[in-house]
Design a protein around this ligand. Structure first.
Ligand code: SF4
Ligand code: SF4
Ligand code: SF4
Length: 270
């Protein structure tokens, strides 16, 4: 019997799901390996279906998201958090740092049935069995994950920081060039793809278990980056899972400055 698998999305950009579809070489393998019951854009079924595995993209932002998530959790043996939005909040969580009045008119006042909820990763609401990190996750990583499930092999997260793969690839360290790379505190497994292309790591795969936040902040400050810059950079992909950034920066007064600047944005939004 093939595993019954469903892919779903709540609030996100659909980029994680597209990562699966655009996996031209492997998508047909995947369809052969499992009984694919649901996939947005391709094959939709209602959420009352029973699954072995559900892959969930996106974070919880409103009452519809929460209802969908809880129903799918109930109907699946295993729930997989697919991508940074579902796991750590990512870009859609940025609204968390502005005032509600800056965004609610864009959707919540137009679609009356939607009730705004605090932006939150899915494991704030339901048990998550596995995480596939990244924004978006690596295409091959998703397919390998499914292949491991099929042969009964427990998928293991990559726990070393991005710096390990970066050094193996022979890249020059961007911190040494004065760039704000978050590789030292970010879990690898992406082959340091951004640094290979000369872009610094923004931390999309989430923090390592033993990250040294103090040292990372010190290294960035030593290179001339101010606290607002550091806080914004660290928040971008993992803000909801790193509340210590807020606490850390609050002690320096940065949080107050941010509040003022978001109030300034109000006029821009309106
Ligand atoms: S993790 Fe990135 S690619 Fe995936 S839904 Fe969120 S923003 Fe889009
Ligand atoms: S460039 Fe970034 S990821 Fe690579 S070694 Fe330096 S800090 Fe680490
Ligand atoms: S280098 Fe950093 S930002 Fe780029 S894919 Fe890897 S974890 Fe994400």
């Amino acid at each position: 019997m093939k595993l019954k698998v469903g892919f779903y999305g709540i609030t996100g950009c659909a980029g994680c799901l597209l990562s699966v579809i655009f996996n031209e070489d492997e998508i047909l393998d995947l369809v052969d390996l499992v009984d694919l019951k649901a996939f947005p854009f391709v094959k939709e079924v209602n959420i009352d279906e029973k699954f072995d595995y559900v892959f969930m993209e996106g974070l919880v932002a409103d009452n519809d998201d929460l209802k969908t998530l809880k129903k799918l959790r109930k109907n699946s043996k295993f729930l997989v958090s697919l991508g940074a939005c579902a796991s750590t909040g990512c870009v859609p969580a940025y609204r968390q740092y502005t005032l509600k009045e800056n965004y609610e008119h864009l959707i919540y006042k137009k679609q009356k049935r939607l009730q705004d909820l605090k932006a939150s990763p899915i494991d704030d609401h339901v048990k998550v069995d596995y995480y596939i990190p990244g924004c978006p996750p690596d295409k091959k990583e998703i397919v390998n994950f499914v292949k491991n499930l099929v042969i009964g092999k427990e998928p293991k997260p990559f726990e070393s920081p991005v710096c390990v793969e970066c050094r193996q690839n022979g890249n020059q360290c961007l911190l040494d060039l004065g760039k704000p790379c978050l590789g030292p505190i970010t879990a690898g497994g992406c082959d340091a793809v951004c640094i290979n292309g000369k872009f610094e790591c923004w931390g999309c795969r989430g923090p390592t278990k033993d990250m040294n936040l103090d040292l990372m902040i010190k290294m960035l400050r030593d290179r001339g980056f101010d606290d607002k810059f550091i806080q914004d950079r660290m928040r971008t992909f993992v803000g909801l899972k790193m509340p210590m950034i807020e606490e850390y920066m609050c002690s320096t007064g940065t949080a107050n400055r941010l509040k003022t600047s978001f109030k300034g944005k109000k006029e821009y939004f309106e």
